[in-house]
Design a protein around this ligand. Structure first.
Ligand SMILES: Cc1ncc(COP(=O)(O)O)c(C=O)c1O
Length: 351
């Protein structure tokens, strides 16, 4: 690839789930419950969360997602013995839906509408569902506190990354490539690394809402349908709380089509990592970026550059993944694909 080192932060297994998202949900719930209880314990712990949940609960956890965040919230609820409702968009792969524990009504339309309840109950919960706690990983006007806490939880990844690189004898990375859905994960990376590490985001071409927003200079919505196999990244609007960080601190954003995924999945497989499509998007985005001279210049990439890509997800839709790899399996080594942009030049943003 013409760089020094490429490290992969493997997030294909986290608390028994195939993605990192429960890090955000669990930390946000901890913050919600400590606020509600008016207690300020010195540090977070699972036992502390259980104790708080016993005092305050039971509550219904509610969220909207097309995959991993909902699964993290559902797992959290089941660990606490609480009910949970997860709204998913029409068209979500059945395998992904089955892995949620869904109680109550699910989302029916292609677009969901959620009216936020008071997350902490300080002003009194909504009358229709007094026990509901809305735990969203994205924000909108009037719902901003919880998504910030979700982002705080994601920072665990980068704190670990620093330790793991040190243990592996690696230096701090020069460049981090991060998947972008609504941008909360990228915001966590920015909070951790800003000023120290160059940051590039990856989005699917038809859900490139951060790229479109950067070009417009304000948050814009990219209307669907968002059909990428990178299901976790199929988001039409950046999170309001993430946006100021994304706008000021991303060095580049690349939008890729699904045709970039198969070689990345195979490379990760050769390195012993069973990546799902969204998980492989980090490496796929890196290959797209490195195929562009302009991106190499913008990101100041050279033969000594140390890069970290995140593999944010394991296999969550085995049928879809098999189809992708089967269709693309031309018997060539993935190395033969490098530098050959499958769909023309990547759309490089230049914030
Ligand atoms: C596996 C995976 N990676 C990356 C992301 C992107 O995170 P964010 O939506 O915070 O940008 C998501 C979002 O759901 C995801 O599920």
């Amino acid at each position: 690839m013409g760089v020094g080192t490429v490290w992969v932060k493997d997030e294909t297994g986290r608390l028994g789930l195939p993605a990192f998202k429960i890090l955000g949900a669990s930390w946000a719930l901890w913050r919600m419950l400590t606020e509600e209880a008016g207690s300020h314990p010195p540090s977070a712990s699972w036992d502390g969360l259980l104790e708080l949940a016993r005092r305050i609960g039971p509550r219904r956890l509610v969220t909207a997602t097309d995959g991993n965040h909902g699964r993290g919230v559902a797992r959290l609820a089941s660990m606490l013995g609480w009910p949970c409702t997860v709204f998913v968009p029409l068209g979500t792969a059945p395998a992904r839906i089955r892995r949620h524990r869904i109680g109550g009504g699910g989302g029916r339309g292609g677009r969901w509408r959620l009216r936020p309840s008071r997350p902490t109950g300080r002003r009194g919960p909504r009358r229709s569902d007094p026990a509901a706690l809305l735990l969203s990983d994205t924000s909108w006007p009037g719902y901003e506190e919880v998504p910030v806490w979700v982002t705080e939880g994601y920072r665990t990844i980068f704190a670990e990354l620093d330790e793991q690189l040190e243990d592996a004898g690696g230096d701090a990375p020069d460049l981090l490539v991060v998947q972008i859905g609504v941008g909360s994960l990228a915001a966590a990376a920015i909070e951790h690394y800003r000023g120290r590490v160059r940051l590039a985001g990856v989005e699917p071409i038809d859900a490139a809402c951060v790229l479109a927003s950067l070009r417009a200079g304000r948050i814009v919505n990219v209307p669907g349908p968002h059909r990428s196999l990178m299901a976790g990244l199929n988001c039409g609007t950046p999170s309001r709380t993430a946006w100021p960080l994304l706008r000021s601190h991303l060095d580049a954003v690349v939008a890729i089509g699904d045709e970039w995924l198969a070689p990345a999945i195979r490379w990760l497989g050769e390195a012993g990592i069973e990546a799902g499509e969204t998980g492989a998007a980090g490496l796929a985005g890196l290959t797209a970026l490195l195929g562009s001279d302009r991106a190499r210049t913008v990101l100041d990439v050279g033969p000594d550059t140390s890069v970290v890509v995140l593999c944010t997800e394991g296999v969550t839709d085995p049928d879809g993944r098999r189809r992708l790899l089967g269709d693309e399996d031309d018997g060539e080594s993935p190395d033969d694909d490098f530098g050959r942009p499958p769909g023309g030049d990547p759309a490089l943003g230049d914030p």
